[in-house]
Design a protein. Sequence first.
Length: 288
Amino acid sequence: MDGQRRRAFAARFWFPAACLLLGQGCVHQSALTATTEAAGQPVLDEAKDLPRHTPQAATCVAFGDLHTKVAADAHLPPMRQDEIRHQACKDYRQALKIDANCAEAYLGLGRLYQEMGDYDRALTTYEKGLTRLPKAVPLWYELGLCQARHKDWQPALANLKVATELDPDNVTYGKTRAFCLARTGRYDESFRCFRQVTSEAQAHYDVARMLHYVQEDDACRRHLAAALAAQPNMEQAKHLLAELDKPSGQPGKCPTARAGFEQSDGDKEPVAGAPDTDLIETIKPLHK
């Protein structure tokens, strides 16, 4: 595509989009400059020349979400990823300046801090949001999930309980809380929590997976037997039971690894503050 055709393409598609975003507010000068140059339009030399519009918090959140997604590209140099995440932080903060009750901005900023490894600021962000929005269920959930990922189990379970009580029909919330209960050895409570959002067979199987992860295989077998009694053709339970029956040392893939409970070396006791990678990988499919 030659230069003239590129400019025509940009003028047709990108310049109108930039104008729309500018009308909504929260557009970045660098992006607008690049777009207008490509479209062959006059470039605004100074930010003061931009039309005066009241920005919208939702637009700023959209920019923050976009920058967060772009920064996750593993092909980008780490320094560039950091720059884009910094811009995403600015987007979310601008949204909160416009609307201090914007739940989506608190969520986006909190998640971004988690990705950046800034646990304390992530917690602070969620807590500030809940101070203003005590009925914002996703904030309760994300706060509890953040704490669970760092093995701060007591507050995590308390906050996840609030989320499930405010939205008892949410399967993701219920399963996350159930996994966390099992991760802390509270298997009976975990089963009851699973049972509220899934079938009896699936609830027994999910508890069995965690029991196998912590090498409590006798209890694991009991839950697998209960799962198969409720659903005799449950292939997942059959497969895990077959793994348990293999002679010690026989090669084979452990189904708990595919479930996100990768076997790890050393002590399996919870250590507050260290990310729980097993739990993170387990919960990821719940968000799809």
